[in-house]
Design a protein around this ligand. Structure first.
Ligand code: FAD
Length: 489
């Protein structure tokens, strides 16, 4: 990949294509950092559909670090238990209350509300979304990208230091980068219906119901509004009817679930695909533009939000002259393994829940009760789904496990694009090494004290880039200096 230089002289710093949740959050993060950004959206307004519901604990922590978590807490229905039920038989009850996080639940927030919260916050920060403006093509030129857009039938050109395609599964930004979504499709058809119902279960429980006809999953949005997702043989009409929803519930769900009205329903097909590259020069892709997977596990939107959380601080540092090409390259190096992991997990869940093979169904229903009781399984299940287990070990800009870091001092939006050098009680801020690092990296490094002994270098996105239980004199400080230099010079 060619080394980049220069970013001045452009109309904007970051051109964001697509005002879905991922594009909105990236715009939010650019606004919070005082970058120049433009957000274009081909539609005339935000989607009114409730598509993605589940917001997992790590995403809530990220919203907290981005200073936008409050409205999500207000709107969320909190789920703390997953029950696997086959007809009237409970196969497993899995608590979903991870420790060591203030967000020990799945926050159920319809996607239109999520987009509304992010759009409102953006507006309050003085930002605008340019609707009815479609990205057409882009051309790399020295120090930037020249993008052609179509604004209500009129063609216009604007220049940006970076273009980020958050333009969904049919991404034109991705096509322009000559990158495909590689992978496959599932044979099955799916239906979704958001229904008005009776209070048949506490709204803190999510129900997974495998059956010989295929699975149905019941997601609580509130006490009397639930989402029904199921495999179907053949679509009937343009959208699933109340009758079809009732039939599916009768055949596959526990008794007593009443479907009284349908608020929104849709058929959909699912895929397991991702692109092999997320960057071409000054163009990046994120969210559904880069990966699409099964809704089992509810990971789609969460993964996209994590993509741009990973990217925003890197673009910021680069634009301010404190980040280099290796830092930009680390976006794909870090996100691709996570994306592959999400696709593997959701694929396993989809195949396990949706198998039509009778023997496999019997084995599944026999194995689930035993395995689900194992503490190790429960821990792994919660760590994977919650996003709390995501780590960037193996990244070229991380030494060690690259695990998540979250404490009180990171909350409320204060870090932006600075690295935090966390000093335990056994290391003085007056230490020669600490002073040397502060002098060498004044723009990107902030020194803070922490409870845990030793030192940690925490990245702007709340992942540990370097850790030492105790300092090993000059060697430790030199290693830290070299790590920072590798990405910021
Ligand atoms: C039925 C259903 C249920 C789901 N449930 C969940 C769930 O529970 N949890 C979860 O995490 N995910 C879920 N998902 C997935 C989730 O909806 C997507 O992952 C999410 O919308 C991706 O966000 P995005 O911003 O990347 O893309 P999108 O939401 O697709 O947004 C892309 C935007 O780009 C715009 N655009 C496209 N082309 C252009 C162009 N050329 N110029 C300008 N603008 C353009 C589009 O109009 C659109 O507004 C679900 C999806 C479906 C369909």
């Amino acid at each position: 990949m060619a080394t980049l230089s220069g970013s001045g002289g452009n109309d904007t710093d970051v051109l964001i294509v697509g005002a879905g949740p991922v594009g909105l959050f990236l715009a939010h993060e650019c606004a919070r950092r005082g970058l120049r950004w433009r957000l274009i959206e081909e539609k005339a307004g935000q989607s009114e559909h409730s598509k993605a519901l589940a917001i997992f604990p790590r995403t809530m922590e990220i919203f907290d670090m981005a200073d936008v978590v409050g409205p999500f807490l207000e709107k969320a229905n909190r789920v703390t238990r997953v029950e696997v039920t086959s007809h009237e038989k409970s196969l497993a009850e899995l608590p979903f209350e991870p420790g060591h996080t203030p967000y020990s639940f799945v926050a159920m927030v319809p996607q239109n509300i999520t987009e509304g919260i992010l759009a409102k916050d953006l507006e309050e920060r003085g930002g605008t979304i340019e609707y009815e403006t479609a990205f057409v093509s882009a051309q790399e030129r020295d120090g930037g990208v020249e993008a052609t857009v179509d604004r209500k039938g009129e063609s216009a050109v604007l220049t940006a230091s970076f273009v980020v395609g958050c333009d969904g599964a049919h991404s034109r930004v991705r096509h322009g980068m000559d990158v495909d979504l590689e992978g496959g499709d599932y044979r099955q058809e799916f239906m979704l219906a958001d229904i008005e119902t009776n209070e048949f279960r506490p709204a803190s429980e999510l129900l997974l119901c495998p059956s010989e006809l295929g699975p149905v999953v019941l997601f609580p949005m509130s006490a009397t509004r639930w989402r029904v997702v199921a495999t179907i043989e053949e679509p009937e009409g343009d959208a699933p009817s109340l009758e079809l929803t009732r039939k599916i519930l009768r055949e596959r769900a526990p008794a007593g679930v009443e479907a009284r009205a349908v608020h929104w329903s849709s058929y959909f097909r699912i895929h397991h695909r991702h692109s092999a590259r997320l960057r071409a020069g000054r163009r990046f892709i994120a969210g559904d533009a880069a990966h699409i997977h099964s809704p089992f596990g509810g990971q789609g939107m969460n993964t996209g939000l994590h993509d741009v959380w990973n990217l925003a601080w890197k673009l910021d540092l680069f634009l301010r002259g404190h980040g280099n090409d290796a830092l930009l390259d680390s976006y794909a190096a870090e996100r691709l393994p996570v994306i592959r992991g999400v696709i593997e997990m959701t694929d396993l869940m989809t195949r396990g829940m949706g198998t039509t093979n009778k023997l496999a169904q019997v084995m599944r229903d026999a194995v689930i009760p035993t395995v689900s009781h194992l503490a190790l399984f429960q821990h792994a299940f919660v760590q994977r789904l919650s996003g709390l287990g995501i780590a960037y070990n193996g990244s070229p800009i991380v030494e060690g496990l690259g695990e998540r870091y979250f404490d009180e001092s990171l909350r409320g939006g204060g870090i932006r694009s600075r690295f935090l050098l966390m000093l335990g009680g056994d290391v003085s801020a007056e230490d020669e090494g600490v002073r040397m690092l502060s002098t060498l990296f004044p723009e990107v490094l902030e020194v803070r004290t922490a409870q845990a002994p030793g030192i940690r270098l925490v990245r702007p996105d709340g992942y540990v880039a370097y850790t030492a239980r105790r300092t090993d004199g000059v060697r430790t400080w030199e290693a830290l200096g070299a790590l920072l230099e590798r990405q910021t010079r």
